[in-house]
Design a protein around this ligand. Sequence first.
Ligand SMILES: [Zn+2]
Length: 99
Amino acid sequence: MKSFVRTPQNIKSNISPVDFFRAELSTMQSPRGNGWCNGGICPFHSDKRAGSFRVNLETGAFICYSCGTKGRDIIAFIQKRDGLSFTEAVQKLTNEWGL
Ligand SMILES: [Zn+2]
């Protein structure tokens, strides 16, 4: 039986935030090193110009200094962008990334 406790850990150990953000953010700048980088156009508001949306390539955290949307990992990103519950977001990531 699948445990909901183990699955989020499975996601975090199998999907690197760099790969995730590269796939989800078409306007993300090419990352230099780890840590925070420019995520490009913010997916959480009608952003016109890149610059205010930052993503953390180590933790998957994200923050937009323009609209204030933030979260601490890629599960939170999917939850907020797609309007899903935690469990639904975990399921979606599990399916899309073939885990
Ligand atoms: Zn924003």
